[in-house]
Every structure is written in C-alpha cells, then in structure tokens.
Design a protein around this ligand. Sequence first.
Ligand code: IPE
Ligand code: IPE
Ligand code: MG
Length: 239
Amino acid sequence: MGRTFDENKLPLHVAIIMDGNGRWAKRRGLPRTAGHREGARTLRRLIRDLSDIGIRYATFYTFSTENWKRSEDEVNALMKLLEDNLDDVVNYKDENIRLRFIGGRERLSEKLVKKMENAEENSKDHTGLTVTLAIDYGGRDDIIRAAKKAMELCRDGEISPKDLTEEKFSSLLSTDGYPEVDLLIRTGGEIRISNYMNWQISYAEMYFTDTLWCDFDRKELEKAVEWYTSRSRRFGDAK
Ligand code: IPE
Ligand code: IPE
Ligand code: MG
C-alpha cells in the first residue's frame, strides 16, 4: 500500500465519530439497523488499518448519551449488535489489541457489561493499538463524573481546590492515561461534535468528510492521516 505521509508525524490518538449508517441504509432501501450491521463490519476493517498504519490509540463514538432518544427498536438492535458481536468486531485476541470502554455502564445490559469487563481484562496486557469504544458516552457526562470525583476527593481531604490543575482534572476523566486526541475524524457530512470528548479534543485537528461511515475505507483513512501530517500545530505559539 503506497503511503504518502511522513510516518514520524503520525497522530498518536485518533478519535472517530462514526456517522451516517442510517443514511447509508436508506439509500439502499434497507432498514437503519442494516446500516449499523454494515457499520460494525467497517469498524472491524478500520481497526486493522489503523493498527497497520501504526496508530497507537483509536477511540470510537459508538453510542452517545443522546442516542437513547432513538426508537426502542433501534436502540435494542444496536445493543444486541454489541452484545453478540463485540469479540468479532474487535478481534483483540488475535491482533494484540488492548480493548477499553468509556461511558456509563449503569444503563447497559448485564450481558454487555460482562463482555466489556472480560474483554478489558483479557486484553489489558496487549501492547498493540488501544481501541476504545465509547458506549453511553457523552463528553459532558465525562466532565460531570470527573467533577464529582474531584468534589469527593476534596470532601475527603485528599486534595484542596488549588490542587485541581488541568492535569489533575484530566486524570479524573474516563481517558486517564491516554494522550490528548490529535486527530478527530467525523464521517457522514455533519460539521459538529455531538458531545464527543469535549475536553479531550481541545487541540485536536478536525477532519470532516461527507463519506458515510460504511463507505469509509483504508484509502479514506490514509487521506485523513495525510491531511493531518500536513497541519502546522502551533498550540497557541507563534512559530
Ligand atoms: C451513526 O450512524 C451510528 C450511531 C449513532 C449509533 P447514524 O445512525 O447516526 O446514521 P445517520 O446519521 O442517521 O445516517
Ligand atoms: C453521533 O452521531 C453519535 C455517534 C456516532 C455514536 P449522531 O448521529 O447521534 O449525532 P447527531 O444527532 O447527528 O448530532
Ligand atoms: Mg447520525
């Protein structure tokens, strides 16, 4: 595969908003759930591609805190897709992938939570790509949970308000230990964040494409990464 980007400039952490499954299905006269099934296949392929390119962290928006508003049928189909296919979609056993999850677990089924815990435990020593699925995840929810932890630490006398630095606060978020997001990719044509990793994308480069998630492939990924490597990241400096 011909790579045109500088491998020394690869993003360490790529966050992906996988959008457009419903429209992909609609264009084919299929139910939305067929789009989600195809989306899961795309995810499987993309994980291999990311790993192959040499990305270290990939964090996928899988189900948002707002997605519960969808029809019961669609929510159930999405949850079932995760329950039944998790180990297949993220082939962490064979591919040295470390699989993690962020988001609330309180509203997920016991079966799914068990699978998630097993996958995290079984892959915790893997040294390849860290794949994180954000399920029942919202950026604001992440921040509120961290704020509550900070308040508890303060109440228990473990920190005082002046100790709450950006670094300390980051360590209370679900992404503790992760590098900042370098590149955010959103498929499906919308130019918005939809409550994804609000804190963690503060200095991310943002790549929006009209390509629907189900059509997003290796070539599209390489295009996004190549675009990223051409960015001048100043972080407020004037260089
Ligand atoms: C993204 O595709 C998948 C999830 C949000 C779970 P959508 O289902 O949002 O697809 P569109 O945006 O309606 O096409
Ligand atoms: C964002 O997509 C959530 C996921 C991809 C999981 P949505 O389709 O839910 O976002 P909106 O509603 O268009 O903002
Ligand atoms: Mg959508």
